[in-house]
Design a protein around this ligand. Structure first.
Ligand code: BG6
Length: 483
């Protein structure tokens, strides 16, 4: 399959935090890959800004080293690396003081480019001073865009504060809040699947769907990010954003148009329809092992932070009333897998005993690894052995469909969207606040209950209680290793 690469307009990207880890590992490699693919034209400019005093040459050298480390050499040739590095310039700025800002203004003013994006890859504590400087140095035009990254608050109050800070100088249609899950190929395919196939919609409701499972499981632990992670836990790090976004896309009503605000309006309605969650419908876990437990990794033997969360929730609207949504996410589990499983109701009457009493149609939407969609359906067992039925997977692997087309990283797509001015895959401020309101309420319930997280073994599928939570409803989780 041939993919069309349409270049984005010539842009100026001003990258605050340009020498930081995210810039080196994700943002600049993503830009470089799009450059190699022909989507970024070389009259665009990438202006690095950070506190460090660096010459342009030194900055280019540093980024060259990062690109060599984080982009496989099979993707590019040296010539492309040279050309890309020529697009990079650098200005040292102090985000809390005036130092460097006039110089940055001069560099920006020299550019003929219409599209201007500020990427604030900086600590949340610096966002307010940075936006104020952008405003006082008159660097914001009505068409300027700003990109902000996680953590987008730690609760409703801090998210509201962040929104106020951004909206003091930008309009909502200039603000791009990144949730990298929304940039994943299969997440977009979820919308294609739901809204371009007529056969699915009649089944997509409480008449036919028994329940939905959303799992984002990781094998990695928190080692190396202990301090950050101990302050947030799985609920704030993953549930509030990535799982919530998946839930919205699975459950939302069809928007009237494929338009950023139409889609985000529908997502917001899902979050606002979430029923309050009882503490007994949640499981919090913390991994432990003889070779290094969560408490050791975060350097706090009294830590009560969750590295695993499972939640049963419901969406109180006509489409979904009575259909449980089970969400789980955790670190140090047996498999790395992100998937959504839509389990359909039992047959009203089965004439095929071979399928077994438990037989249910299932649709598994796999985000990673091996992106694709699998429908589990009943078919006749091939052969002359009479009318015997079996449960067979109807597999649609995106790798097969795409052929040689490479699956692009979420950052590549999202950054290009900021230049295209397309906010479809970015969270709107009201979505963010509603998601925090839901999470805050659950966490307040945990605080009131005073219960500590339950221990689970590294390499397991989480605490036994998460399995028991499903078993109480006569259901079970899709096994983490199952395809
Ligand atoms: C990040 C979290 O947002 O997502 C990390 O902060 C997590 O803790 C990561 O590991 C998972 O992303 P992915 O794309 O590897 O599933």
């Amino acid at each position: 399959m041939v993919s069309q690469t349409i270049p984005v307009g010539t842009f100026d990207l001003i990258l605050f935090g340009a020498t930081g880890d995210l810039a080196r590992r994700k943002i600049l490699p993503a830009l470089f890959r799009r450059f190699v693919a022909g989507q970024v034209v070389d009259s665009s400019r990438i202006i690095g800004a950070s506190r460090e005093d660096l010459s342009i040459d030194a900055f280019q050298e540093r980024i060259r080293a990062a690109l060599t480390e984080f982009v496989p050499s099979s993707v590019y040739c040296e010539d492309q690396l040279d050309k890309f590095c020529q697009m990079l310039s650098y200005q040292s700025v102090d985000l809390r003081a005036d130092k460097g800002w006039s110089e940055l203004s001069t560099i920006i003013a020299q550019g003929p480019n219409d599209i201007r994006t500020y990427y604030l890859s900086v600590s949340p504590s610096l966002i307010e001073s940075c936006t104020q400087k952008l405003s006082s140095f008159e660097l914001i035009t009505p068409d300027t865009r700003v990109v902000v990254e996680k953590p987008l608050g730690t609760d409703l109050t801090s998210a509201q504060m962040l929104n106020r800070t951004l909206r003091a100088v930008f309009n909502e249609n200039q603000i791009y809040r990144i949730d990298h899950y929304l940039g994943k190929e299969t997440v977009q395919n979820l919308m294609a699947l739901r809204f371009s196939n007529v056969w699915l919609e009649p089944l997509w409701n409480n008449n036919y769907v028994d329940h939905v499972q959303i799992t984002v499981a990781e094998t990695g632990d928190v080692n190396g990010r202990g301090e950050y992670y101990d302050a947030v836990g799985a609920m704030r790090d993953m549930m509030q954003n990535h799982l919530m976004q998946l839930l919205c896309l699975i459950a939302m009503e069809p928007p009237a148009r494929f338009d950023a605000d139409d889609i985000r309006n529908e997502k917001l309605k899902v979050i606002r329809s979430l029923a309050p969650v009882k503490v007994s419908d949640t499981v919090r876990g913390q991994y432990c092992s003889a070779n290094g437990s969560f408490k050791e990794h975060v350097n706090s033997l009294s830590s009560r932070t969750d590295s695993f969360v499972a939640i049963k929730t419901e969406i109180s609207n006509w489409r979904w009333a009575g259909v449980p949504f089970y969400l789980r996410t955790g670190k140090a589990l047996s498999h790395k897998v992100s998937e959504i499983v839509v389990v359909f109701k039992h047959l009203p009457h089965s004439i095929f005993p071979d399928l077994g009493e438990d037989y249910q149609n299932k649709m598994v939407i796999r985000l990673q690894p091996s992106e694709g969609i699998t429908m589990h359906i009943g078919v006749k067992e091939p052969g002359p052995g009479g009318m015997r039925l079996m449960n067979a997977p109807l597999d649609m692997s995106f790798a097969q469909i795409a052929g040689e087309m490479e699956v692009i990283d979420a950052y590549e797509r999202l950054i290009m969207d900021t230049f295209r001015g397309d906010q479809t895959l970015f969270m709107r401020g009201d979505e963010l606040e509603s998601a925090w309101a839901w999470v805050d309420e659950i966490m307040a319930g945990w605080d009131a209950s005073k219960a500590a997280p339950l221990e689970y073994r590294v390499g397991s599928s989480g605490p036994e209680e998460a399995i028991a939570m499903m078993a109480r409803d006569h259901r079970r989780w899709q096994s983490l290793g199952a395809l």
